[in-house]
Design a protein around this ligand. Sequence first.
Ligand SMILES: Nc1ncnc2c1ncn2[C@@H]1O[C@H](COP(=O)(O)OP(=O)(O)O)[C@@H](O)[C@H]1O
Ligand SMILES: [Mg+2]
Length: 368
Amino acid sequence: MAQVTLQNLTKRFDKVVAVNRINLEIQDKEFVVLVGPSGCGKTTTLRMIAGLEEITDGTILIGDRVVNDVPPKDRNIAMVFQNYALYPHMNVYKNMAFGLKLRKTPKDEIDRRVKRAAQILGISDLLDRKPKQLSGGQRQRVAVGRAIVREPEVFLFDEPLSNLDAKLRVQMRSELIKLHDQLEATMIYVTHDQVEAMTMGDRIVVMKDGFIQQVGSPMEVYNHPTNQFVAGFIGSPAMNFFPGKLIAENNALWVDLKDFRIKIPEKRTHLYEHYRDKAVVFGVRPEDIYLRPPTEKGREFQTVEAEIEVVEPLGAEIIIELARGDHTFVARVEPQTEAKSGNRVTAYFDMSRFHLFDADTERNIVQP
Ligand SMILES: Nc1ncnc2c1ncn2[C@@H]1O[C@H](COP(=O)(O)OP(=O)(O)O)[C@@H](O)[C@H]1O
Ligand SMILES: [Mg+2]
């Protein structure tokens, strides 16, 4: 098995810089997820690792070997695509065996590998079926099976679940996590879906416009986003942002939001003092806003008077949209909460859980 190292990896298509000098070290047996909006360079990165796309600049290592000029078939990598196009005229067995046959793998070895992969994926009883006799989820398993039989050192997945319906996606998600545990292989997984990234990755790599924004464990990235983009992209509903100005008054620091002010807790003022009189963006996640504040001792809340605009009951929780002056924000509250649109309420912001961003650079003023 193998680690994958990307050094200053760059891809230009004419004027578009699809991947911009990215550096990343993926450990042996790690499950790493590249996540970001459409067009941020995920597929291009994966295709360069696979050797399907020529690199413009930089270096790719698999294990200790520089593979820049190694053809795809010699990289010991298998890729599963979103559009997994099985051969329609071949049954499941032949679909999985095909690549090995091309490589002139001995027949009994092919048989052993196909049967083992089928068993791992729970499709042993489907080997005689043609793709059109399979459900979407079963087809997806066959596509993964084609990769498994190669026994590669590194698996690359490009949005493999995006053609499946929501329920099946959740199921396949946990199957792929189990598969990773079982195969003990290095896996690099690409998705635009932040929930998929959070739930699947040992580490996630958030990308935007060809650049890596942040690398970390899902909870690191969630709790300590390096900038406003990551803060807004990871988490649903998204973090609330309040643009304002940091001011000092009455021996305290405040975020002045025109319609109201937020007092920075005393024990955190030293983190932000140097931003006095500068434009900042206050960020707080919907689950850190309460309509009935928890009563444990020692917790500090900022109260904000607001009007409820929309109430969305989801069963296990309620999503509430609130407005105060020019600011609108979202709270995620307990299902017992009684809330009606038009109600005036007091919202409580948990002041141990907020972030302040530099309004110009969008960087989190406190870096992880
Ligand atoms: N073959 C190509 N020719 C020109 N531009 C391309 C090509 N492939 C991708 N791009 C551009 O590179 C950028 C990154 O694309 P891609 O890696 O497919 O993003 P993602 O997979 O994150 O959606 C996009 O702006 C896309 O339009
Ligand atoms: Mg893509």
